[in-house]
Design a protein around this ligand. Structure first.
Ligand code: NAI
Length: 330
């Protein structure tokens, strides 16, 4: 076996963390033959709970897990890490405005960016899950200037998986037959789930569904509002599916995308497709040798253009609010 990959999970005592550490430890992300050293970070009041999680990791007797470091100190958690799943964030409380949540969380990601800058490997790959994920990833990268911008990404894979599952259900086909569903923009209600270029068993999803009104209407709303529907049913937010999506995202980043397939990731926008640049925008990407590239040249109709503009505008507003919070806190 090779030497262990050092993997940090923040918010490891939380809901998503509980599923995520098991999936990473089982070899689902870095490979069943790759040992991992798990660095688990949470806040001081959660240390007893995190200790319980560590007990369960031990009891899983996972062959890939070589070491577990549980800490409330980012400098310990981020020391020489190769990969980071930044899940830990303040949850939205009742009566809290989106702006208040953004203010609380971007401060966390500013501090964690600074800590990554000082302690992580320069090659670390950082996936931000904690919301608002796109803007948190932007802030985190901004405060980690010694780490390349390309090493930061935000999770929209859950939305992609949801879109893929809805298409599979609609067509009564296995979910693995559906490929290249795209999530554009922000991981929020303005995201644009797009199946214009998706395929089912090699054929166009658009033609197979043959119902443009559904694709442009109920399908989009269903994916955009799926998180709320899970909360309504479970009385808790998506956790198992979010952990699975985080693993899918990192596995694609680590192992690459198969020929002819792409995945959606929030990455630094270079203005491709006329989108706002300088924000973390979710694009279709292909990945080779650990490097992502935005898929170019997909035809974008006026309907899609309008959707890209709305979600890009929201990301610019979030970025401006986040930067104002960070500079006020200096
Ligand atoms: P949770 O509340 O169960 O767990 C969050 C954990 O983070 C808690 O243990 C908390 O103590 C910890 N935490 C808070 N501040 C921290 C800090 N500064 N450093 C380290 N740990 C810290 O929440 P859950 O359900 O696990 O969700 C986590 C985040 O993921 C939330 O922001 C949620 O909105 C987001 N999320 C994102 C999704 C996406 O698709 N991008 C999907 C689902 C959730």
């Amino acid at each position: 076996m090779a030497s262990p990959i050092k993997v940090c999970v923040t918010g490891a005592a939380g809901q998503i963390g509980y599923s995520l550490v098991y999936m990473i430890g089982s070899g689902a992300v870095f490979g069943a033959d790759t040992p991992v050293s798990l660095h688990l970070l949470d806040i001081p009041p959660m240390m007893p709970v995190l200790n319980g999680v560590c007990m369960e990791i031990a009891d899983c007797a996972l062959p890939c897990v070589r070491e577990v470091v549980a800490t409330d100190d980012p400098s310990v958690a981020f020391k020489d890490i190769d990969a980071a799943f930044l899940v830990g964030a303040m949850p939205r409380k009742e009566g809290m405005e989106r702006k208040d949540l953004l203010a609380a969380n971007v401060k966390i990601f500013k501090v964690q960016g600074q800590a990554l800058d000082q302690h992580a490997k320069k090659s670390v790959r950082v996936l931000v899950v904690g919301n608002p994920a796109n803007t948190n990833a932007l802030i985190c990268s901004q405060y980690a200037p010694s780490i390349p911008k390309e090493n930061f990404s935000a999770m929209t894979r859950l939305d992609q998986n949801r879109a893929q599952a809805q298409i599979a259900a609609r067509l009564s086909v296995p979910v693995s037959d559906v490929k290249n569903c795209i999530i554009w923009g922000n991981h929020s209600g303005t995201q644009f789930p797009d199946v214009r270029h998706a395929t089912v068993a090699g054929k166009s999803v658009y033609d197979a569904v043959n119902d443009e009104a559904w694709i442009r209407g109920d399908f989009i709303t269903l994916v955009q509002k799926r998180g709320g529907a899970v909360i309504a049913a479970r009385k808790l937010s998506s956790a198992m599916s979010a952990a699975k999506a985080a693993c899918d995202h990192m596995a694609s980043w680590w192992q690459g995308t198969p020929e002819g397939s792409y995945v959606s990731m929030g990455v630094f926008s270079d203005g491709s497709y006329g989108t706002a640049s300088g924000v973390m925008f979710s694009f279709p990407v292909t990945i080779k040798d650990g490097k992502w590239s935005i898929v170019q040249g997909l035809p974008i109709d006026d309907f899609s253009k309008g959707k890209l503009e709305v979600t890009g505008k929201e990301l610019c507003e979030e970025r401006d609010d986040a930067l104002a919070v960070c500079s006020a806190a200096q």
